[in-house]
Design a protein around this ligand. Structure first.
Ligand code: PLP
Length: 495
């Protein structure tokens, strides 16, 4: 074809997505910021959670908007149908799972990140340097060596996968990148307590090991891994011809916040030449507090460490982090050349180390900015103080539970998680489980508080996990009063 054949005139008016009138966008933007700050500032005047009416639920089944309805309408829909029925984790009495409360400044930082919209997969631009600096700060805060590497990810689930993938690359004894796991003559095994988070098992499944490659080890009465049982399992598996590859230590289990004896696990891994990965989703950042740090002794010896910044560090969702002791091993496990990603000595494609060489994703958002700006805003010390505040509040709640004749404390871990149940005069275990289940739902439906569930030794427990910088002493007083009130109501109606 003649080159001139491509030189067709453009017949339509060219268009883009920018507004015709920037002043209109500016006005709407200012209004949005005002509205959301009002929403944050008045959060404790609203219920901790509220059920979404069926009419609102139906709104989410409306047709795909082929022709646009405009920014004003889109924003109105957000205000009417999304904002009032969000998860509830801004509220001071939201204590479900392990969910952070975010912050206003973090939200603004996220807006700026979206405003400049860089892709953190490649390049050596300022946003990449921000992420690198955040990772350096995390190494420093958690006692990892300066030469180790890291990556910001969606959360600890992905951070666990990355740590385990590096373990596979380094310890499998076969070229997994080239040949997959088929070349292995023996099943490879990982070990962790039976309280280990299910993201670890999911990660092992994704990595091709299969669920059978995870050997759950029993825990002691304090929910920490039984080291002797772990030692036995490793010995037994070796004798049976299996290949032990790594151990997952817990720095804060999801049910009770238990921290394994990490130093003992590090010793055992060194003795058997195993990879030592720590799931520190909840507890790793506690190293920031000099008071809480001693319980994490041994964490600094991990080969890889996964933790979250959107949980107890209160960064807006989503952001977690993985650190890997040996940078070269981390890079080798993930780097895969591609001509169009060639590095240049100068210009936009410069810089030897791109983040896409350290994880499975190429395109990545600028989640580092909120961490960088919030750390600059508050300083590390403030976070340490908030961790201490929440662990003290957990102690206070446990005390309130113990001082009530109608409540039974089930666990009060070292950290921020308290599990308890209403007992009243009920003796039958099944009836108690049913009563507490109903009680939990009523607490949420009545907008009083939003704790979640733990099943401990077959007992249904109300699980309160306090990683919330907005909770205050009065919130726990009110909560316990309301638990007793609703518990009595249910007990009476069942009698
Ligand atoms: C101990 C533990 N590990 C891993 C995870 C997964 O973290 P994320 O939800 O950030 O992926 C959680 C989540 O609660 C957790 O508690």
């Amino acid at each position: 074809m003649e080159a001139s054949a491509y030189l067709q005139p453009i017949t339509k008016t060219e268009q883009g997505l920018d507004p015709q009138d920037w002043a209109e966008l500016r006005e709407l933007g200012h209004r949005m910021v005002d509205d959301v700050i009002d929403h944050l500032a008045t959060v404790n005047e609203r219920p901790a959670w509220q059920e979404m009416p069926a009419e609102v639920r139906r709104r989410f089944q409306s047709d795909l908007p082929v022709d646009g309805e405009g920014a004003e309408k889109a924003y109105r829909d957000f205000q009417q149908y999304v904002l009032p029925y969000a998860e509830g984790n801004l509220h001071p009495r939201f204590w479900a799972w392990v969910i952070g409360a975010g912050s206003g400044f973090g939200m603004l930082a996220d807006m700026l990140a979206a405003g400049i919209n860089p892709n953190l997969g490649s390049g050596d631009h300022a946003p990449a340097l921000v992420e690198r600096q955040v990772i350096d700060w995390m190494k420093q805060a958690l006692g990892f060596p300066a030469r180790s590497s890291g990556l910001l990810v969606t959360g600890a689930s992905m951070a666990n996968i990355i740590g385990l993938a590096v373990a596979r690359h380094v310890k499998a004894g076969i070229d997994v990148k080239e040949n997959g796991l088929f070349a292995s003559p023996a099943r490879m095994m990982f070990y962790g307590s039976d309280e280990t988070h299910n993201s670890v098992v999911k990660g092992l499944q994704l990595l091709g090991f299969g669920k059978q490659s995870f050997c759950p080890i029993e825990v002691r009465i304090d929910f920490k891994i039984e080291i002797a049982a772990l030692r036995d399992a490793i010995r037994r598996h070796k004798a049976e011809g299996l290949k032990p590859l790594g151990v997952i230590g817990n720095a804060g289990t999801v049910n009770t916040g238990a921290v394994d004896d990490l130093a003992a696990l590090a010793d055992l891994c060194a003795e058997h030449d195993l990879w030592f990965h720590i799931d520190g989703a909840i507890g790793a950042p506690l190293a920031i507090s000099a008071k809480l740090r001693p319980m994490l002794r041994g964490m600094e010896r991990a080969d890889s460490l996964a933790f979250d910044l959107h949980k107890w560090m209160q960064m807006p969702y989503d952001v977690g982090c993985v650190l890997v002791r040996d940078e070269a091993q981390h890079r080798e496990a993930f780097s895969e050349g591609a001509g169009y990603l060639s590095r240049m000595p100068r210009g936009l494609c410069s810089g030897e180390r791109w983040f896409s060489d350290y994880g499975p994703e190429l395109s990545r958002g600028f989640r580092a900015l909120k961490v960088w700006m919030c750390l600059k805003q508050h300083g590390l010390r403030k976070y340490g103080e908030l961790f201490e505040q929440n662990t003290e509040q957990a102690g206070c709640l446990a005390g309130l539970v113990e001082s009530s004749r109608e409540l039974e404390l089930i666990t009060r871990g070292e950290l921020n998680i308290v599990c308890f149940r209403y007992r009243g005069r009920v003796c039958d275990e099944q009836a108690l489980n049913a009563l507490n289940r109903e009680l939990l739902m009523r607490l949420q439906e009545q907008g009083i508080a939003a704790p979640s569930v733990a099943i401990l030794g077959g007992r249904f427990a109300i699980r309160v996990s306090i990683c919330n910088h907005r909770s205050r002493r009065e919130d726990f007083d009110l909560f316990v009063r309301e638990v007793v009130r609703i518990g009595r109501e249910i007990e009476k109606s069942a009698a």
